[in-house]
Design a binder for this molecule. Structure first.
Ligand SMILES: Cc1cc2nc3c(=O)[nH]c(=O)nc-3n(C[C@H](O)[C@H](O)[C@H](O)COP(=O)(O)OP(=O)(O)OC[C@H]3O[C@@H](n4cnc5c(N)ncnc54)[C@H](O)[C@@H]3O)c2cc1C
Length: 320
Protein backbone atom coordinates (compact mmCIF):
# COMPACT_ATOMS: atom_id res chain seq x y z
CA UNK A 1 0.00 0.00 0.00
CA UNK A 2 1.22 3.48 -0.90
CA UNK A 3 2.43 5.85 1.81
CA UNK A 4 -0.15 8.01 3.49
CA UNK A 5 1.12 11.52 4.07
CA UNK A 6 0.02 13.53 7.09
CA UNK A 7 -0.07 16.64 4.93
CA UNK A 8 -0.17 17.17 1.18
CA UNK A 9 0.43 20.74 0.08
CA UNK A 10 -0.63 21.86 -3.39
CA UNK A 11 1.69 24.56 -4.72
CA UNK A 12 5.26 25.43 -3.77
CA UNK A 13 4.85 29.21 -3.63
CA UNK A 14 5.52 31.17 -0.43
CA UNK A 15 2.31 29.91 1.25
CA UNK A 16 3.01 26.27 0.37
CA UNK A 17 6.68 26.42 1.35
CA UNK A 18 5.89 28.05 4.70
CA UNK A 19 3.25 25.39 5.42
CA UNK A 20 5.76 22.68 4.42
CA UNK A 21 8.40 24.06 6.78
CA UNK A 22 5.99 24.08 9.73
CA UNK A 23 4.44 20.69 8.94
CA UNK A 24 7.79 18.97 8.42
CA UNK A 25 9.37 20.59 11.47
CA UNK A 26 6.41 19.29 13.50
CA UNK A 27 7.49 15.79 12.32
CA UNK A 28 4.52 15.32 10.01
CA UNK A 29 5.12 13.36 6.82
CA UNK A 30 4.82 16.20 4.33
CA UNK A 31 4.56 16.25 0.55
CA UNK A 32 4.50 19.36 -1.65
CA UNK A 33 3.18 19.01 -5.21
CA UNK A 34 4.23 21.77 -7.61
CA UNK A 35 3.33 21.88 -11.29
CA UNK A 36 6.32 23.99 -12.43
CA UNK A 37 9.20 24.62 -10.03
CA UNK A 38 9.29 25.83 -6.42
CA UNK A 39 8.81 29.55 -5.87
CA UNK A 40 5.44 30.67 -7.19
CA UNK A 41 4.95 34.24 -8.39
CA UNK A 42 7.69 35.78 -6.28
CA UNK A 43 10.42 33.97 -8.20
CA UNK A 44 9.92 36.37 -11.10
CA UNK A 45 11.01 39.51 -9.27
CA UNK A 46 14.57 40.66 -8.78
CA UNK A 47 13.88 43.06 -5.88
CA UNK A 48 11.85 42.49 -2.73
CA UNK A 49 12.00 45.23 -0.11
CA UNK A 50 8.92 44.50 2.00
CA UNK A 51 9.59 41.04 3.42
CA UNK A 52 10.52 41.52 7.09
CA UNK A 53 14.09 40.61 7.91
CA UNK A 54 15.44 41.27 4.41
CA UNK A 55 16.18 44.84 3.38
CA UNK A 56 16.56 43.76 -0.20
CA UNK A 57 16.52 40.25 -1.65
CA UNK A 58 15.74 38.79 -5.06
CA UNK A 59 12.83 36.39 -5.55
CA UNK A 60 15.04 33.46 -6.62
CA UNK A 61 17.37 33.93 -3.60
CA UNK A 62 14.47 34.01 -1.14
CA UNK A 63 12.81 30.98 -2.77
CA UNK A 64 16.05 29.01 -2.49
CA UNK A 65 16.07 29.72 1.25
CA UNK A 66 12.39 28.71 1.62
CA UNK A 67 13.03 25.45 -0.23
CA UNK A 68 16.23 24.53 1.61
CA UNK A 69 14.67 25.23 5.01
CA UNK A 70 11.58 23.07 4.30
CA UNK A 71 13.65 20.22 2.82
CA UNK A 72 16.10 20.30 5.75
CA UNK A 73 13.21 19.33 8.02
CA UNK A 74 12.16 16.50 5.70
CA UNK A 75 9.49 17.97 3.40
CA UNK A 76 9.38 16.19 0.03
CA UNK A 77 8.79 18.32 -3.06
CA UNK A 78 7.62 16.65 -6.28
CA UNK A 79 6.96 18.14 -9.70
CA UNK A 80 3.35 17.17 -10.36
CA UNK A 81 0.27 19.08 -11.47
CA UNK A 82 -2.75 18.32 -9.34
CA UNK A 83 -5.81 17.62 -11.50
CA UNK A 84 -8.39 16.55 -8.96
CA UNK A 85 -8.94 15.99 -5.24
CA UNK A 86 -11.32 13.41 -3.75
CA UNK A 87 -12.43 12.91 -0.15
CA UNK A 88 -12.31 9.15 0.52
CA UNK A 89 -14.85 7.21 2.63
CA UNK A 90 -12.15 6.57 5.29
CA UNK A 91 -11.73 10.37 5.67
CA UNK A 92 -8.34 10.45 3.94
CA UNK A 93 -7.94 12.63 0.86
CA UNK A 94 -6.78 11.46 -2.55
CA UNK A 95 -4.82 13.91 -4.67
CA UNK A 96 -4.83 12.98 -8.34
CA UNK A 97 -2.04 14.14 -10.66
CA UNK A 98 -3.02 12.21 -13.79
CA UNK A 99 -0.72 9.18 -13.86
CA UNK A 100 0.04 9.36 -10.12
CA UNK A 101 -2.15 9.69 -7.06
CA UNK A 102 -1.14 10.52 -3.50
CA UNK A 103 -3.09 10.07 -0.28
CA UNK A 104 -3.05 12.40 2.70
CA UNK A 105 -4.76 12.78 6.03
CA UNK A 106 -5.05 16.48 5.28
CA UNK A 107 -4.44 18.86 2.40
CA UNK A 108 -3.38 22.52 2.23
CA UNK A 109 -4.35 24.14 -1.05
CA UNK A 110 -1.81 26.87 -1.83
CA UNK A 111 -2.14 27.09 -5.60
CA UNK A 112 -1.95 30.90 -5.79
CA UNK A 113 -3.18 33.18 -8.50
CA UNK A 114 -1.90 35.10 -11.46
CA UNK A 115 -2.24 38.74 -12.43
CA UNK A 116 -4.66 39.33 -15.29
CA UNK A 117 -2.70 40.56 -18.30
CA UNK A 118 -3.49 43.24 -20.85
CA UNK A 119 -2.02 41.07 -23.59
CA UNK A 120 -0.39 44.00 -25.41
CA UNK A 121 3.03 44.04 -27.12
CA UNK A 122 5.82 44.90 -24.67
CA UNK A 123 3.96 43.71 -21.56
CA UNK A 124 5.75 40.38 -21.25
CA UNK A 125 9.10 41.81 -22.41
CA UNK A 126 9.20 44.44 -19.64
CA UNK A 127 7.45 42.34 -16.98
CA UNK A 128 9.22 43.10 -13.73
CA UNK A 129 9.55 46.33 -11.86
CA UNK A 130 13.23 46.75 -12.85
CA UNK A 131 12.24 46.95 -16.52
CA UNK A 132 9.11 48.99 -15.84
CA UNK A 133 5.99 46.77 -15.86
CA UNK A 134 4.46 45.95 -12.48
CA UNK A 135 1.18 44.45 -11.29
CA UNK A 136 1.57 45.41 -7.63
CA UNK A 137 1.72 49.01 -6.40
CA UNK A 138 2.17 47.98 -2.78
CA UNK A 139 5.23 45.94 -3.81
CA UNK A 140 6.88 48.23 -6.33
CA UNK A 141 5.80 51.88 -5.87
CA UNK A 142 9.06 52.93 -4.09
CA UNK A 143 11.07 51.86 -7.15
CA UNK A 144 9.32 54.64 -9.11
CA UNK A 145 10.06 57.53 -6.77
CA UNK A 146 10.13 60.79 -8.75
CA UNK A 147 9.30 59.01 -12.02
CA UNK A 148 6.45 59.34 -14.50
CA UNK A 149 4.15 56.32 -14.50
CA UNK A 150 0.99 55.11 -16.17
CA UNK A 151 -1.54 52.97 -14.29
CA UNK A 152 -4.39 51.00 -15.85
CA UNK A 153 -7.71 49.93 -14.32
CA UNK A 154 -10.94 51.19 -12.80
CA UNK A 155 -11.87 48.86 -9.91
CA UNK A 156 -11.21 49.19 -6.17
CA UNK A 157 -7.73 47.71 -6.31
CA UNK A 158 -6.79 49.89 -9.29
CA UNK A 159 -7.86 53.14 -7.63
CA UNK A 160 -6.39 52.22 -4.25
CA UNK A 161 -3.10 51.13 -5.79
CA UNK A 162 -2.94 54.16 -8.11
CA UNK A 163 -3.39 56.49 -5.11
CA UNK A 164 -0.57 54.64 -3.37
CA UNK A 165 1.81 54.78 -6.35
CA UNK A 166 1.08 58.51 -6.80
CA UNK A 167 2.58 59.17 -3.35
CA UNK A 168 5.96 58.19 -4.84
CA UNK A 169 5.72 59.08 -8.53
CA UNK A 170 6.30 62.57 -9.93
CA UNK A 171 3.26 62.10 -12.15
CA UNK A 172 0.72 59.29 -12.60
CA UNK A 173 -1.68 58.99 -15.52
CA UNK A 174 -4.56 56.63 -14.78
CA UNK A 175 -5.89 55.06 -17.98
CA UNK A 176 -9.39 53.57 -17.79
CA UNK A 177 -11.47 52.12 -20.61
CA UNK A 178 -14.74 53.77 -19.45
CA UNK A 179 -15.94 57.17 -18.16
CA UNK A 180 -17.09 55.76 -14.80
CA UNK A 181 -15.02 53.86 -12.27
CA UNK A 182 -16.25 50.57 -10.77
CA UNK A 183 -14.46 51.41 -7.50
CA UNK A 184 -16.55 52.35 -4.45
CA UNK A 185 -17.67 56.01 -4.27
CA UNK A 186 -15.41 56.83 -1.32
CA UNK A 187 -12.31 55.79 -3.29
CA UNK A 188 -13.46 57.60 -6.41
CA UNK A 189 -14.04 60.78 -4.34
CA UNK A 190 -10.53 60.56 -2.95
CA UNK A 191 -9.16 60.05 -6.46
CA UNK A 192 -11.10 63.01 -7.88
CA UNK A 193 -9.92 65.26 -5.05
CA UNK A 194 -6.33 64.45 -5.98
CA UNK A 195 -7.02 64.86 -9.70
CA UNK A 196 -8.66 68.26 -9.17
CA UNK A 197 -6.28 69.64 -6.54
CA UNK A 198 -4.01 72.43 -7.85
CA UNK A 199 -0.52 71.04 -8.40
CA UNK A 200 -1.83 67.45 -8.02
CA UNK A 201 0.18 64.73 -9.74
CA UNK A 202 -2.66 62.45 -10.93
CA UNK A 203 -4.19 62.82 -14.37
CA UNK A 204 -7.03 60.73 -15.83
CA UNK A 205 -7.17 59.40 -19.37
CA UNK A 206 -10.70 58.01 -19.67
CA UNK A 207 -12.40 56.00 -22.44
CA UNK A 208 -8.91 54.82 -23.29
CA UNK A 209 -6.84 51.64 -23.50
CA UNK A 210 -3.13 50.93 -23.77
CA UNK A 211 -2.21 49.27 -27.07
CA UNK A 212 1.58 48.93 -26.77
CA UNK A 213 4.34 49.32 -24.19
CA UNK A 214 7.58 50.43 -25.81
CA UNK A 215 11.19 51.09 -24.92
CA UNK A 216 14.76 49.89 -25.25
CA UNK A 217 15.63 47.57 -22.33
CA UNK A 218 13.29 49.63 -20.07
CA UNK A 219 9.84 51.12 -20.57
CA UNK A 220 9.97 54.55 -22.26
CA UNK A 221 6.40 55.13 -23.46
CA UNK A 222 2.96 53.61 -23.97
CA UNK A 223 0.58 54.07 -26.86
CA UNK A 224 -2.95 54.97 -25.75
CA UNK A 225 -6.08 54.68 -27.89
CA UNK A 226 -9.35 56.48 -27.23
CA UNK A 227 -12.03 53.79 -27.62
CA UNK A 228 -14.66 56.32 -28.76
CA UNK A 229 -12.66 58.29 -31.33
CA UNK A 230 -9.92 55.71 -32.11
CA UNK A 231 -7.40 58.56 -31.78
CA UNK A 232 -3.96 57.36 -30.65
CA UNK A 233 -1.21 59.14 -28.76
CA UNK A 234 1.98 58.29 -26.89
CA UNK A 235 2.54 58.96 -23.18
CA UNK A 236 6.19 59.05 -22.12
CA UNK A 237 6.72 57.11 -18.87
CA UNK A 238 9.24 55.09 -16.86
CA UNK A 239 6.77 52.55 -15.53
CA UNK A 240 3.42 50.90 -16.19
CA UNK A 241 1.26 49.56 -13.36
CA UNK A 242 -1.38 47.11 -14.58
CA UNK A 243 -4.28 46.74 -12.13
CA UNK A 244 -6.88 44.79 -14.10
CA UNK A 245 -7.49 41.93 -11.66
CA UNK A 246 -6.17 38.56 -10.58
CA UNK A 247 -7.13 35.06 -11.67
CA UNK A 248 -6.84 32.30 -9.04
CA UNK A 249 -5.42 28.94 -10.24
CA UNK A 250 -8.47 27.07 -8.99
CA UNK A 251 -10.08 25.62 -12.14
CA UNK A 252 -9.30 22.05 -10.99
CA UNK A 253 -11.21 22.59 -7.71
CA UNK A 254 -14.61 23.59 -9.10
CA UNK A 255 -16.54 20.56 -7.90
CA UNK A 256 -14.57 20.04 -4.69
CA UNK A 257 -14.60 23.23 -2.61
CA UNK A 258 -16.77 26.36 -2.76
CA UNK A 259 -15.43 29.14 -4.97
CA UNK A 260 -16.46 32.77 -5.35
CA UNK A 261 -17.64 34.00 -8.77
CA UNK A 262 -14.05 35.11 -9.44
CA UNK A 263 -12.74 31.65 -8.51
CA UNK A 264 -11.26 32.38 -5.06
CA UNK A 265 -11.61 29.56 -2.52
CA UNK A 266 -14.16 30.23 0.21
CA UNK A 267 -12.97 29.57 3.76
CA UNK A 268 -13.36 30.77 7.31
CA UNK A 269 -10.67 33.41 7.39
CA UNK A 270 -9.54 32.73 10.97
CA UNK A 271 -8.79 29.02 10.57
CA UNK A 272 -8.56 28.71 6.76
CA UNK A 273 -10.96 25.73 6.66
CA UNK A 274 -12.74 24.98 3.38
CA UNK A 275 -16.07 23.18 3.34
CA UNK A 276 -14.27 19.79 3.13
CA UNK A 277 -13.00 18.47 6.49
CA UNK A 278 -9.20 18.21 6.47
CA UNK A 279 -8.76 20.56 3.51
CA UNK A 280 -7.29 23.99 4.30
CA UNK A 281 -6.44 26.87 1.99
CA UNK A 282 -3.55 29.35 2.21
CA UNK A 283 -2.26 32.35 0.28
CA UNK A 284 -3.40 34.24 -2.81
CA UNK A 285 -5.94 31.63 -3.96
CA UNK A 286 -8.26 32.24 -1.00
CA UNK A 287 -11.02 34.75 -0.58
CA UNK A 288 -9.85 37.91 1.19
CA UNK A 289 -6.12 37.35 0.59
CA UNK A 290 -3.95 40.47 0.81
CA UNK A 291 -1.91 39.21 -2.17
CA UNK A 292 1.43 39.79 -0.50
CA UNK A 293 4.44 37.60 0.12
CA UNK A 294 4.35 38.06 3.89
CA UNK A 295 0.62 37.37 4.16
CA UNK A 296 0.92 34.25 1.97
CA UNK A 297 3.68 32.99 4.28
CA UNK A 298 1.51 33.85 7.31
CA UNK A 299 -1.38 31.87 5.83
CA UNK A 300 0.84 28.84 5.24
CA UNK A 301 2.00 28.96 8.84
CA UNK A 302 -1.55 29.42 10.14
CA UNK A 303 -2.90 26.48 8.10
CA UNK A 304 -0.09 24.21 9.33
CA UNK A 305 -0.83 25.17 12.94
CA UNK A 306 -4.60 24.75 12.82
CA UNK A 307 -4.12 21.42 11.07
CA UNK A 308 -2.88 20.06 14.42
CA UNK A 309 -6.20 21.03 15.96
CA UNK A 310 -7.95 18.96 13.26
CA UNK A 311 -5.68 15.97 13.94
CA UNK A 312 -6.42 16.19 17.68
CA UNK A 313 -10.18 16.44 17.18
CA UNK A 314 -11.77 16.04 13.72
CA UNK A 315 -15.08 17.31 15.14
CA UNK A 316 -13.42 20.71 15.56
CA UNK A 317 -14.03 21.18 11.83
CA UNK A 318 -17.68 21.94 12.35
CA UNK A 319 -17.19 24.21 15.35
CA UNK A 320 -17.18 27.96 14.88
C1 LIG B 1 6.57 40.05 -10.40
C2 LIG B 1 5.98 39.98 -9.01
C3 LIG B 1 6.56 40.72 -8.00
C4 LIG B 1 6.03 40.66 -6.71
N1 LIG B 1 6.64 41.38 -5.75
C5 LIG B 1 6.19 41.32 -4.49
C6 LIG B 1 6.85 42.04 -3.44
O1 LIG B 1 7.85 42.73 -3.67
N2 LIG B 1 6.34 41.94 -2.19
C7 LIG B 1 5.22 41.19 -1.90
O2 LIG B 1 4.82 41.16 -0.74
N3 LIG B 1 4.59 40.48 -2.87
C8 LIG B 1 5.04 40.53 -4.14
N4 LIG B 1 4.41 39.84 -5.13
C9 LIG B 1 3.21 39.05 -4.77
C10 LIG B 1 3.64 37.68 -4.18
O3 LIG B 1 4.54 37.07 -5.05
C11 LIG B 1 2.40 36.80 -3.97
O4 LIG B 1 1.49 37.45 -3.11
C12 LIG B 1 2.81 35.43 -3.39
O5 LIG B 1 3.71 34.77 -4.25
C13 LIG B 1 1.59 34.53 -3.18
O6 LIG B 1 2.03 33.29 -2.72
P1 LIG B 1 1.16 31.96 -2.85
O7 LIG B 1 2.03 30.86 -2.33
O8 LIG B 1 -0.17 32.18 -2.26
O9 LIG B 1 0.90 31.76 -4.41
P2 LIG B 1 1.87 31.67 -5.66
O10 LIG B 1 3.10 32.44 -5.44
O11 LIG B 1 1.01 32.02 -6.83
O12 LIG B 1 2.28 30.13 -5.73
C14 LIG B 1 1.35 29.14 -6.08
C15 LIG B 1 2.10 27.94 -6.63
O13 LIG B 1 1.15 26.88 -6.87
C16 LIG B 1 1.46 26.22 -8.09
N5 LIG B 1 0.26 25.58 -8.61
C17 LIG B 1 -0.86 26.19 -9.09
N6 LIG B 1 -1.78 25.25 -9.46
C18 LIG B 1 -1.21 24.03 -9.21
C19 LIG B 1 -1.66 22.69 -9.41
N7 LIG B 1 -2.86 22.41 -9.92
N8 LIG B 1 -0.83 21.69 -9.05
C20 LIG B 1 0.39 21.95 -8.52
N9 LIG B 1 0.88 23.21 -8.33
C21 LIG B 1 0.08 24.23 -8.67
C22 LIG B 1 1.98 27.37 -8.98
O14 LIG B 1 2.77 26.86 -10.04
C23 LIG B 1 2.77 28.19 -7.98
O15 LIG B 1 4.12 27.77 -7.90
C24 LIG B 1 4.89 39.86 -6.42
C25 LIG B 1 4.31 39.11 -7.47
C26 LIG B 1 4.85 39.16 -8.74
C27 LIG B 1 4.23 38.35 -9.85
Amino acid sequence: MADIYDSIIIGAGPAGMAAALYNARDRFKTLVLEKFFPGGQIISTDRIENYPGFENISGPDLVEKFKKQAENFGAEIKTEEVKKIIKLPDDNIEVNCGKKTFTGKSVIIACGSDYRKLGVPGEAEFRNAGAGVSYCGTCDAPFFKGKNVVAIGGGNTAVEEALHVAKFAAKLTLVHRRQEFRATPVLVEELMQKVNSPGGNIKLQLDSVITTIEGDKKVEKVKVKNVKTNAEEYIACDGVFIFVGTIPNTGFLKDFVDLTDEGFIKCDQGNLRTKVPGVFVAGDCRVGAAMQLATAVGDGVNAAIVMKQYFRDPNWWNQT
